[in-house]
Design a protein around this ligand. Sequence first.
Ligand SMILES: Nc1ncnc2c1ncn2[C@@H]1O[C@H](COP(=O)(O)OP(=O)(O)OP(=O)(O)O)[C@@H](O)[C@H]1O
Length: 226
Amino acid sequence: MSDAMPDRDHGAGGPSMDDIHVLDFSLRRGSFERSVRIRSRRRVIALVGESGAGKTSLLYAVAGLLRPQRGRIEIAGRCLFDSERGIDVPAHRRRIGYVFQDARLFPHLNVRRNLLYGLHGEARHAPRFAFEAVVELLGIAPLLERDIAGLSGGESQRVALGRALLSQPQILLLDEPLSMLDMNRRDELLPYLQRVRDEIALPMIYVSHYPEEVRRIADEVHTIGA
Ligand SMILES: Nc1ncnc2c1ncn2[C@@H]1O[C@H](COP(=O)(O)OP(=O)(O)OP(=O)(O)O)[C@@H](O)[C@H]1O
């Protein structure tokens, strides 16, 4: 089932004929099996569904961490997997920024070093998302010299989002980034997620349990397992 939201103004980086996502595949994890058929021209889509429906598994397949049994995955027109054509782009070449439920920051590095970790390897050369711009976008400047252990859940998620952007992704995958936060912290973080959505023209796939959260972020909602 899918449910298109009203159009949002995405500016110059908005949807075009090329912005077509195709998630048309079947996967298996132990005894769990899930097939999905999603085609979308919306840049930001959400996957919702009950616990165990397979939302995280679908993100893993997009990220190249789980290989589907068959099918095709295209994000913004870029083919990542096609069993018929023998295409399976390795995970490290998919240019994915992944934000998990828990921020998964390096506890022995401070905020600045966690962010700079994202900006390593090829990402350092002519980055599309520069360090200062990402720090400004996410309001991280006051946190830069702080230790990870002292950050609130919302601050940690902003740093995790910043690190993901600095890795210069072509796709942003968000796996319930607000789920570990209480209501107040969720309300604090949501505007930053909206800024990322509006100011950075990246395709985003957003997994969530919360209809309210999804309505505020995604252009289109797909229910998994219905
Ligand atoms: N490593 C694994 N090996 C075998 N089965 C697994 C593995 N990881 C998850 N599963 C099973 O795959 C199914 C889908 O799990 P998944 O985490 O993708 O669901 P989800 O919709 O993201 O759930 P939640 O909302 O609770 O995070 C579940 O039945 C789960 O038990």
